[in-house]
Ligand binder design. Structure first.
Ligand SMILES: C[S@@+](CC[C@H](N)C(=O)[O-])C[C@H]1O[C@@H](n2cnc3c(N)ncnc32)[C@H](O)[C@@H]1O
Length: 224
C-alpha cells in the first residue's frame, strides 16, 4: 500500500484547524480538521450537480453561473463542458490555499478548468457574493460542505437557513436554479426550500461516475 504524503497545509480563514492536501500515488485528498472533504477518486455527484443544473438552463444566452466552492474543480469542469462561449462562471472559494493547490497540484484532475477564459475565481465566502447582487445569476451551485447539516464550517449553516435560501432566491434571475449538494437526504430542508419560493426537485445521484458508490442528494430549486 502506498503511504499518504502531505503536500501542503494551510489555515482556514476565521476557523480553527488546518486544511491539508495529501497525495497517495495518483489519488489526492483534501481534509479539514481530520475529516475528508474531498477525494479525487469520487466525483460523480460533484459533476452531476453541474450537469443536472445546466441541462435545465441550457439554451439561454449569456448565462451567469455562480459555483461555491472550488474543491478539486470537478463541478466547475462539468459546468464548463455544458456551457456555451458566452457563459460566464464565477467560482467562489473561501480558502486561498485551495485555489493555489488547483493551480499547482490538482488542475490536471478536472482538465485545468481555472484556465478557461469563461471562469473567474473569487477568494471569498460564497454567502457574501450571493448577498451582493439581486437577479444576477441563472444558477447558483453550492457544494461547500456536507449539506444542510454542515460538518466542516458552522458559518455555512446560514446558506441553508430560511434567510439564506431567501437571499439566494433574490440573487437568482427568473427561472434561475439553486442547486445544492448533500451527503444525505433531509425532508425538512426540502420543505424549507419550497417555503422559500423554490419549486424543488430532490434527486439521488451516485458518488462514482460509473453509477456505483454511495448515494448523494442534489436539490434543484427553480425560481418561479
Ligand atoms: C466538497 S468541496 C467542493 C468540491 C467541488 N464540488 C469539486 O467538484 O471538487 C467544498 C469546497 O468549498 C469550499 N468552501 C467551504 N465553505 C465555503 C464558502 N462559504 N464559500 C466558498 N467556498 C467555501 C471549501 O474550501 C472546499 O474547497
Amino acid at each position: 500500500m502506498i503511504p499518504w504524503e502531505e503536500i501542503d497545509r494551510a489555515k482556514i480563514p476565521g476557523e480553527k484547524g488546518d486544511i491539508t492536501l495529501r497525495k497517495r500515488g495518483t489519488e489526492f485528498s483534501i481534509r479539514i480538521a481530520g475529516i475528508e472533504l474531498m477525494n479525487s477518486r469520487l466525483h460523480g455527484s460533484e459533476e452531476a450537480l453541474a450537469k443536472l443544473t445546466c441541462s435545465r438552463i441550457k439554451g439561454k444566452l449569456n448565462l451567469r453561473i455562480l459555483i461555491g466552492g472550488l474543491g478539486m474543480g470537478y463541478t466547475l469542469a462539468a459546468a464548463l463542458e455544458q456551457s456555451s462561449r458566452d457563459t460566464r462562471i464565477i467560482v467562489s472559494e473561501l480558502i486561498p490555499a485551495v485555489v493555489r493547490w488547483n493551480r499547482e497540484h490538482l488542475g490536471h484532475l478536472a482538465g485545468m478548468p481555472l484556465d478557461d477564459p469563461r471562469v473567474a475565481v473569487e477568494e471569498e465566502d460564497v454567502a457574501k457574493i450571493i448577498r451582493q447582487r439581486r437577479s444576477a445569476w441563472d444558477a447558483i451551485l453550492l457544494d461547500v460542505d456536507n449539506g444542510p447539516e454542515g460538518l466542516t464550517r458552522q458559518a455555512n449553516d446560514c446558506l441553508y437557513s430560511r434567510s439564506g435560501l431567501k437571499t439566494s432566491f433574490l440573487a437568482l434571475r427568473p427561472r434561475g436554479i439553486l442547486a445544492i449538494w448533500s451527503s444525505k437526504a433531509d425532508e425538512t430542508f426540502t420543505r424549507r426550500m419550497n417555503q422559500c419560493g423554490f419549486q424543488t426537485e430532490t434527486l439521488t445521484v451516485r458518488a462514482r461516475k460509473s453509477g456505483k458508490g454511495g448515494k448523494h442528494i442534489i436539490w434543484l430549486g427553480e425560481k418561479f
